[in-house]
Design a protein. Sequence first.
Length: 611
Amino acid sequence: MFSNFIYLIIVLLIYTTYPAPEEPNFTLLETSALFLSLIIAFIFFTRLQFRTLEKQISRQSSYHLDHRFNSTLSRLSITAIVIFAIDIYGLSLPSFLTSLSVFTTIPTLQALLFIGLFVFYIAIVWGFAYEAYQKLNMDSMSRQAYIFSNISFSIPVLIPWFLLSGIADIINALPFELPKYLLSTTEGEIIYFMVFLLGVSIIGPAMIQKFWRCKPLEPGFHRSRIENLCKKAGVEYNEILSWPIFGGRMITAGVMGLVKKFRYVLVTNALLQYLEPEEIDAVIAHEIGHIKKKHLWLYLLFFVGYLVFSYASFDLIIYSIIYADPLFSTINIANFDQTAVYSTALSLVTIIIFLVYFRFIFGFFMRNFERQADIHVYTLCKSSKPLISSLEKIALTSGQASDKPNWHHFSIKERIEYLKRCETDKRWIIFHNQKIRKSIAAYLAVMILIGGIGYKLNFGETKDRLNKYFFEKIILRELEKTPDNHELHKALGDLFYSRKNYAKTIEAYERSLTCLPDNPQALNNLAWLFATCDDEKFRDPKRAVMLARKAVQLKEAPHILDTLAESFYVNNQIQDAIATERRALDLAKKNRSYYEKQLEKFVKAAEKEVL
């Protein structure tokens, strides 16, 4: 079930990292035909896969069939992700909706539409999986209920994104400039996200339990027993809820909520029906362990850690991809669109970072937190035997092998074996708690180091150097393809000027003017360098005036007039400088204070001449 969380987040990453092209890859008619063809092919393939599995149910052991069922489900879910990626990147479906004002004003609505498309694909998988699921589990749940249970369990993972993105859209749509400005800054984005993340983490459980259609557990023997156990453990909560996941047929329990007001204890009907009172106590003791050991707060910490991890590593990986000369040689030979390649690389890197972090780092802590919750049973119960028998019943009734591997839980067999070790030697409890403390300390140390690297990469001189090197690589590669592109030569000149590499700056601007002699921006920039360069050997005042005059003739803009005025000034033509700067000031609508200071400088120079 937790895999569905991962699938939905990957789909969200695919969508959010997609840059809309200027033109779709196909016409509307071609896109519609290909889109429908993909859906039909996916339906046919999915139906074939599960029909084949259904025919094998009576021929093989339940373990192999269960393993085959889950493998088929995973394979087809991944296929659905691939088809979704083709819809977005290959068919450019979002580009056909960009003209609709509602999606332009509130982009989150368009994102929801495409998330809904993926849910449609995955619902096809669950719909055809139903027959095999029913035969394997002897479950009387209807097909509709099975599909709805899968959807309702998974969708809440998107609630934080939906609220975060939706509220940001509303802020940007409102006629208030200050909130927009704050959201446009890096610091504002970070503060908004962190405050929002904490808020949703606290109140989110209240929304999720409503979405899951949970209801308060009725008063009686079971509720009283759970209440007494929580009271004994000193755990406060808002409510004990009946959890109707998969019709309440799963033997499971859960806890969610960081604070008392929004904390809920969840139990299914199957848990209350099939487990003995002592076994229910043991399961609830496990859930209480999550609360007492602060696992929910630590999960929030690890999510923030993912942001730090991706923030720091993302630029490094992207730079590595873009600087890979063999890769770009292949791209040039194959004549691929480099913009498409960049965006595809961006999506792949984002997804890989996400999978690596959650599969290996977050997964490690999830497994070990579950084990820590298991051994917490000794705090509230005399023995772990009731929990062991509960796990055995779960394995028996689920139809799944007890040694089935799991990325976020140890297998049931491994959990039972560890509890049995603790039964014979309580030191295993101490060993595991020490392991977690050391692991968290190591994690924090690494995240602080990575955070420091991320700060260096995204702020200050290191960021500037990397960005300049990055843009130089891109410009030079583009110039290999279009050596007569005057804009690229000018951009390269701007880059060299920012580095104070004046020889290469002049060379780049000269090449830009060779490609397009009547280029006012290149003329203006080269004139400014010749007039004001802090290295006097590169100054050429007379040529500065000539270039600036030509630039003004082509485009009379305030900044170009200012360059001509400065050129007059360095040639000691003070009155011409004053007259030209006044023209610049008359035209200027922005940054007028700069032009006023320039004019003041020239006027003072004229007064000194008189004296």
